[in-house]
Design a protein around this ligand. Structure first.
Ligand code: AMP
Ligand code: ZN
Length: 116
């Protein structure tokens, strides 16, 4: 069951519009509305988990699938050669602002390290 107060649950249930770019069993990918790179996609589990810290051993397969999904999207968006960054912000101190687990896929420009 989705959380009606959660923006990404509402996107997953199509109650809130997003620019959806892909979907597969238990996962949804859509464009970030405030892109930080020429390609900035989000991959979310359709089920609600607040943060990466809430992932249990039972969910590790789903997380692995999210990474495979991100890799496929990276190929689709021609990021394989130039490189891309996959980020999970976990907790507000790390920059998490939406408390529904999501993976950022960023690419299309040079990336600096360490991130700010
Ligand atoms: P984080 O700061 O890691 O929690 O990332 C949340 C991301 O969600 C940010 O990059 C936002 O730009 C993005 N975002 C917020 N609202 C929406 C929305 N309605 N559709 C797409 N992306 C969104
Ligand atoms: Zn949610």
């Amino acid at each position: 069951m989705g959380d009606s107060n959660c923006l990404f649950c509402r996107i997953a249930s199509r109650q809130v519009k997003a620019d959806i770019v892909g979907e597969e069993e238990g996962l949804l990918a859509f464009k970030d509305s405030h892109p930080q790179a020429p390609t900035h996609l989000l991959v979310i589990p359709t089920e609600h988990f607040p943060t990466l810290a809430d992932v249990t051993p039972a969910q590790t397969q789903l997380l692995g699938s999210a990474i495979q999904f991100a890799n496929r999207l990276a190929r689709q968006y021609q990021l394989s050669e130039s490189g891309y960054r996959v980020v999970f912000n976990c907790g507000s101190g790390a920059g998490q602002s939406v408390f529904h687990l999501h993976l950022h896929l960023l690419g299309g420009r040079p990336m600096r390290w360490p991130p700010g």
